[in-house]
Design a protein. Structure first.
Length: 250
């Protein structure tokens, strides 16, 4: 009873934040939503509420109060709260509306994170097949790794084969710039299987911070960056995304 009570309090705090952010959404936000821009201030997510979702999920079918909490949480205007809710429901084999999953999977800002969370809960089978595409997932991963709100231009360059210990596959290579007049940066996302219909969610190579040098051949910079990431992983064998990425590690 206390767990349910405390969970309700934390989730009410999150729902209050949802309403506050909706009221503060400006015309400028609406205009920017047509670019690679976050529709909602996802930094403002209540991590305590997410923890209570994890604790309460096993009681979904046993307690009407718990079910009501999840029914409201999955309708949150906060995308991270929605993804966390989906992850806990799927982990406990509870059916989720296809429309909610499709909406998040179709948003390139969240495609990767949704697939990653479903993979961690061993529920990637419910990820929409239409969006289960290495290029779509790694494009989304650039945003996840960089913790970006906006990107002016994102360009796919190539895939480059790489191997880390017993894992072999492709590293997806992109370049991007945050502003129209700003510099170009390199983005590496991998390793993905050579079989394009398969997707790894615990990727081993990630770098979105390397600024490109216009005086050095592009291929030389790509080769160097991939080699650097492989060596980094070999020296830090416990390193996965959690050690190198942003605040989305809830």
């Amino acid at each position: 009873a206390k767990l349910l009570f405390d969970g309700k309090i934390e989730l009410k705090k999150q729902f209050a934040k949802d309403e506050e952010m909706i009221k503060k959404r400006s015309d400028k936000d609406e205009q920017e939503s047509n670019r690679y821009s976050r529709f909602y201030n996802d930094e403002d997510v209540n991590k305590e509420a997410i923890l209570y979702l994890k604790l309460l999920a096993p009681f979904y079918n046993k307690n009407l109060g718990v079910k009501k909490i999840f029914d409201k949480a999955i309708q949150s205007h906060n995308n991270l709260m929605q993804i966390a809710t989906i992850a806990q429901l799927s982990k406990n084999k509870i059916q989720i509306q296809d429309s909610i999953i499709n909406k998040l999977a179709s948003n390139k800002l969240y495609t990767y994170l949704l697939y990653k969370r479903l993979g961690e809960s061993k529920s990637e089978n419910i990820f929409p097949a239409h969006f289960k595409n290495q290029k779509l997932v790694t494009t989304s991963q650039v945003f996840y790794e960089g913790n970006f709100k906006t990107v002016d231009t994102l360009v796919y360059l190539q895939t480059k084969s790489a191997a880390v210990k017993n894992v072999k596959g492709n590293v997806y290579v992109y370049k991007y710039k945050l502003d129209n007049d700003g510099p170009w940066y390199l983005a590496l996302c991998g390793i993905q299987p050579f079989q394009s219909q398969q997707i790894y969610f615990n990727n081993l190579i990630s770098d979105v911070k390397t600024q490109l040098d216009s005086t050095i051949p592009l291929q030389k910079q790509i080769d160097k960056a991939v080699t650097k990431e492989v060596l980094y992983y070999l020296k830090n064998t416990s390193s996965f995304f959690g050690s190198k990425s942003g605040y989305y590690n809830y």
